[in-house]
Ligand binder design. Sequence first.
Ligand code: SF4
Length: 541
Amino acid sequence: MSLADEILRLFPKPTFRPYQEKTIKRMADHFETGGKVVLLEAPTGFGKSAVNTAFARYYNSFYATPQLALIDQIKADKDLAKYYAVIKGRENYKCYYEDVPVDLGPCARIKDFKCERFKLCPYWIAKLKALRSKAVLTSFAYILLEGMAGEGFPFLGRRDLLILDESHSIDRHIIEHVSVEVSPYSLPVKLYEKYRKEIERISKDGAKRTEVFEMLDEIYMKTSEYYDQLTLFGELTISNARDKKKIERWRENYNRFLSSGIEDWVWSVQWRWYKRERIPVLVIQPIKGSEIAQHILWWRAPRVIISSATILDPNRFCDESGILRVFKPDEILYLRVPSTFPPENRPVIDVSEGRMSMEARGEYFPRAVEIVREIIEKHRYENILIHAHSYELAEALARELSKHYGGKILTHTSENRTDALFEFKKGVGKVFISVAFTEGIDLPYDQCRVQVLFKTPYPDIKDRRVAVRLNRGEYNWYYLETVKQAIQAYGRAVRAPDDRAVFYVVDGSFRWLCKRTWRWLPGWFKEVLPPTCRPKYEGGV
Ligand code: SF4
């Protein structure tokens, strides 16, 4: 029996959806003939999880995704769930003794504590089950973190196959995972507060690289002192245990930063929400994640399946994610699958009359607001999701729209995202002005009938990592990152063949972006683009 036949026999659903059988055969043939990597680009509705599960059942495997909602979806699917042991980070499980997460339980707080109920600890039950299971379902973050300090033995180690689903931004996840931040999220709050004013000053006046690195050195020393103080006592409070954990993680990332060629790292100041306040955060990140990926990700398995709706340019994708540092080009197969959702159910309508770029925004913004109002009037009784891209723009738009629509308008901060989304989903005729809700959420049927791309999601050029890459002339990377986010945003609303939603474009720079990246766009997206977004040779205007 060929490998393809064996894997087809393990397909977990009673019937195949269009393209699934053919795709499995091509993937299996690739592995059987010595191939190591499959990049599977398939839109919503193809059934990636079922295809991936057939392979996860055959090999000893990891199935990881950055989107926690996808883990819940698989757990809720009776045809898929039974094949997986699920494991997440320790903060997701409750201690058997106390009403605290496992990472803050007595074993993490009390010196030399020997847990007598170890076998009843929910985290360790899940971990032991994962160790014994053929297929492990987990988060992308856990795959990166597990096997490092803090998670404890035994480690899940290496398996035969690593499946990464919805993983179009591997490089970004790696970069975020290893970044060194001076923020209240990553350091004890009182330590952050010591540097807050200085970070704010840097955001206005700038700083030399050496000054920033001196500050990091100083913080490193202070974390040592603070850590010693914390570990002096036999028992930590919950808050001290949290601080200890932050320090351990921070120092781990700082040491990696020191040992991995700091010339390729850049710093920038970002503004984030913390307890209803916008605060400055110093962020130090590698310009690219590819080199680090080979050390913290690709060692997990000799075979890889990466599935997503937006791989776009496979060569660039392999380069960015570090795959080419580990696998040879002829070991990689790229498959693109069409959509089965009727194009007429998911149109893109270009209503733009100007650009929302920084330079043009002042002039165009009032008219853009009017256009959004026309959309709201037309779809008065339907839920509308607006992609504003930045909090600044979201606030400005919310101010204007609230004058006319009051409680119909929903907004959010980085701290109440989940609650705000929940309110939108259960509402009727609501308008949700969102930031960074372009991926990881499903809004089927009446939960969202209309989306508005108010601002094309270009990466922030004030981010030095972005600026350095643009200075190096990496424009294709910049435009592909942008169009990837726009296509991901487009994919939030139509989730089944009989679902329907319209996607309005208010920012005129989207037209140019589509033309510029046309050759990499998937066919199912190209077919819904209006003539204004097509190059002339494709019937564009
Ligand atoms: S190992 Fe024991 S003490 Fe530690 S979190 Fe689990 S149940 Fe609590």
